[in-house]
Ligand binder design. Sequence first.
Ligand code: ZN
Ligand code: ZN
Length: 324
Amino acid sequence: MKLTLTSLAALFAIWSTLTGCSLFKKDESDDDTTLMLLLLAASSSTSTNPCSGSGASTGSTISNTTATIGGDGCISGVTTSMDSALPTWIKNNFKCSVGYVVGDYYCFKSKNLPNHTSFYWTGAATGATLSAALTNYDSTTYTAAGTNRIGSQNFVYAIPKTPTKNSGTLTGTQGGLSSIGITLNGLAIFNNAAAPGDVLATEATTFDSFGAHPNNQSITHHHAWIKKYSTDQSATVTTNFNMDSNLIGVALDGYAIYGAQCDNGTAGTGDDFTPTLDSLHGHTAVTQHFSTATYHYHYVLDSTATIKTLMGSYFYGKIGAVSN
Ligand SMILES: [Zn+2]
Ligand SMILES: [Zn+2]
């Protein structure tokens, strides 16, 4: 069939109607359906989350109009506490959350408040500068922000202490979970999908200058790149934190997530390499945190998202639990 411009336009109109997709969408609506399922799942699974009801509070609720970044690099009032029973790779790297151990699980409780400036802290108009309290971290203006706002959450993660490969039907990352992992700075990790009919590459226009955005439940999350956090708190970071071998966070199945490069664990610099990965974004190798070959994920181009993402469509291992 010969396609004319007119027939292409007609096809697009039909496709748009079927998918509800708009190429001009600015407000993030990704995960809305997922989120509803999730909230249902979360409320019903709270009693089965082995980490619920245990451990210290993550602090009081924070107002997004008065949020300030404290001396520990987290939003003032957000507690960082990592129990001594946690392994070094967690104790030395995770912050802005409360970590502890219950039975077979590493637990994290998080208010899920980003320790970076973002348009989404405020109710200001698109392109406005951020609240003065946070401008020492970034004075960038944002041009693609929607109406969603950052808000305090009460995430409880149960991460398996001993991750195990799931030899059965793999668990998907795209439904039924309120978050699929936690970043070093206590933020939710979301999947590689956008609203039906859309791709994450389109929604990426709503990421703030640190690669995060909140959904319509005020849950701030990362799908993809992260500009800075953790030890990298300087005011003028221009590099993409994900492009080297930095530890990014941990997935709900207990496997670590790294940037695009793999570090073989030696102290030398310049020896990082681009790993060959499976379809789940992972491979088994030693890293700077694991001296025996251990499965882990990398930030890599994802075919569903059409951009690099932190996670693919499925978990490699058996997942723990998450509630909010
Ligand atoms: Zn999102
Ligand atoms: Zn690796």
